[in-house]
Design a protein around this ligand. Structure first.
Ligand code: SAM
Length: 296
């Protein structure tokens, strides 16, 4: 454990998923790859910072926060654990472009919060992206909150457990493809960047991690009501993964018998009535959701 944490008598809290990065090389790489901005190689601080706001979730002791602040105009870091206040004050001393907010990210109303943080002096809004080493206990709810509440992010770059990273980036039909994969594709495309061995963290977790980057569509591909309806269909389709789609969705569409629903599904998709959710792309889920919504 670092001297700084010891000096502040900091106690790691498992309930907050506190596994801190130890070596600056990993956070540096994450900071350099979290947007499409091209930074100089190595620990060379760019002459001019990228004109973006970065929202960091869970700064911990601030190791990633500093690497972001060296490269981006402004960093806002939201941390749940107030016992890190003294640690962060010390580790981030000397940076005038970092703001730490102590709150549970799940309680933050992102639209008013970010609209205020993004505002430049002339009133215009800075682009905004997310960069975080996420606490593992709450990875999926955080990603879904970010996507559903704030479509204006350019990139969402997060470190997650390696297995989760594989799932988030899986193509339709793959055995790892799940509800979260299809839901991410409503908002953008996820790409796996690199793996981070468990030995890079303190305390050391049982499994390796990986960094993924979601690039959000420039313009929303689906209107908010379509995304919402499609998301419900996706959740229902994967809640009963082993069932055919007509069985899994029959509870949703009360205006159709199971047989009628099966026929409609094959008409809409041009696939057999026994098709399962894991074979469908997000576009196909959206087509189903929109055509069937009047049969609820
Ligand atoms: N960024 C640091 C690093 O890379 O070393 C710490 C990452 S650690 C995996 C996750 C961090 O998220 C911890 O600092 C933890 O206290 C914080 N955290 C956990 N749940 C949170 C929540 N709901 N809202 C905000 N921060 C949270």
């Amino acid at each position: 454990m670092s001297e700084l944490l010891q000096n502040h008598n900091f106690k790691f809290q498992k309930k907050y998923g506190q596994n801190f990065l130890q070596d600056v090389k990993i956070p540096r790489r994450i900071a350099m790859e979290c947007t499409d901005f091209t930074f100089p190689e190595g620990d060379v601080i760019p002459d001019e910072k990228a004109d973006s706001l970065i929202l960091e979730i869970g700064p911990g002791a601030g190791i990633l926060t500093k690497e972001l602040a060296k490269r981006f105009r402004k960093v806002v870091a939201v941390e749940i654990d107030t016992s890190l206040e003294g640690v962060l004050k010390d580790s981030l001393a000397g940076y005038d472009n970092i703001e730490v907010v102590f709150s549970d990210i799940m309680d933050v109303d992102l639209v008013p919060f970010l609209e205020e943080k993004r505002r430049r002096d002339d009133g215009s809004l800075m682009p905004v992206s997310v960069c975080a080493n996420l606490p593992y206990y709450i990875t999926t709810p955080i990603i879904m909150k970010l996507l559903e509440e704030y479509p204006d992010f350019n990139f969402i770059t997060v470190m997650v457990q390696k297995e989760v990273a594989v799932r988030l980036c899986a193509p339709a039909g793959d055995s790892e493809y799940g509800a979260i994969t299809a839901q991410i594709n409503l908002f953008g495309k996820a790409k796996r960047l690199f793996t981070v061995p468990s030995g890079c963290f303190y305390p050391r977790p049982k499994i390796d991690s990986a960094v993924i980057r979601i690039e959000l569509y420039d313009k929303p591909k689906y209107a908010p009501d379509v995304a919402k309806e499609t998301s419900t269909v996706i959740k229902n389709a994967f809640a009963m993964r082993r069932k055919t789609l007509s069985n899994a969705l029959s509870g949703m569409y009360k205006g159709l018998s199971k047989e009628e629903l099966g026929r409609k599904i094959s008409e809409i998709l041009g696939k057999g009535a026994d098709v399962r959710g894991e074979k469908l792309t997000t576009d196909e889920f959206a087509r189903l959701a929109m055509t069937l919504k009047d049969y609820k």
